[in-house]
Design a binder for this molecule. Structure first.
Ligand SMILES: NC(=O)c1ccc[n+]([C@@H]2O[C@H](COP(=O)([O-])OP(=O)(O)OC[C@H]3O[C@@H](n4cnc5c(N)ncnc54)[C@H](OP(=O)(O)O)[C@@H]3O)[C@@H](O)[C@H]2O)c1
Length: 157
């Protein structure tokens, strides 16, 4: 099963100069709660720009560079093959960005953990493929700076 975890602002902005545009402690806690002890997948740019180590998660990094082997993580050089291999697994793999990885993985995702940031930020990267009409909201939590929603893909039949 493939899921995604993301935070975006009212313009679907997700990043600025290769990092997150905001620093919201509560949002990071929600991300931590949703991904703890799970498999997470992220692009090389996002991984290389993490502000610190992500402990207690099994990380796969997507890179086109065959010589890229950071310590303590798995690397895949072929995202689509990875998604096709795992989309029907019982085990959950959570896509955690960035923009190019979200865009390619979106059609494979059956679940989403989404923080809808309330304020507009200066951004240069977007989650432009996201359409709320693709999803049912199954859980919602409101915080001062964002609303967290857990989403399940609508039945397409
Ligand atoms: N708001 C959020 O929740 C959130 C979460 C995570 C990241 N972000 C933001 O997203 C931005 C980074 O996004 P990004 O798109 O620049 O980078 P990215 O998705 O993190 O990483 C891109 C890397 O993956 C490689 N890649 C892409 N598709 C591939 C494929 N199919 N197979 C193998 N390798 C592949 C790319 O190679 P090529 O360049 O050669 O294609 C590049 O090295 C940052 O601003 C970050 O802060 C936001």
């Amino acid at each position: 099963m493939i899921s995604f975890s993301i935070a975006f602002d009212p313009n679907k902005g997700i990043g600025y100069k290769n990092v997150m545009p905001w620093h919201i402690k509560e949002e990071f806690k929600v991300f931590r709660r949703n991904t703890m002890f799970k498999n997470i997948v992220m692009g090389q740019t996002t991984y290389d720009n993490l502000p610190g180590p992500l402990k207690d998660r099994y990380i796969t990094v997507v890179s086109i560079d065959p010589d890229y082997h950071p310590e303590g993580v798995e690397v895949t050089n072929d995202l689509i093959a990875f998604l096709e291999e795992h989309e029907n697994d019982e085990t959950e793999y959570i896509i955690c960005g960035g923009a190019s990885i979200y865009r390619q993985a979106y059609p494979y995702c059956s679940k989403g953990y989404v923080s809808f940031i309330k304020k507009e930020y200066e951004v240069d990267t977007y989650f432009d493929v996201f359409d709320i009409d693709d999803w049912d909201v199954v859980q919602e939590e409101d915080y001062p700076e964002f609303t967290f929603r857990e989403l399940i893909r609508k039945n397409e039949e």
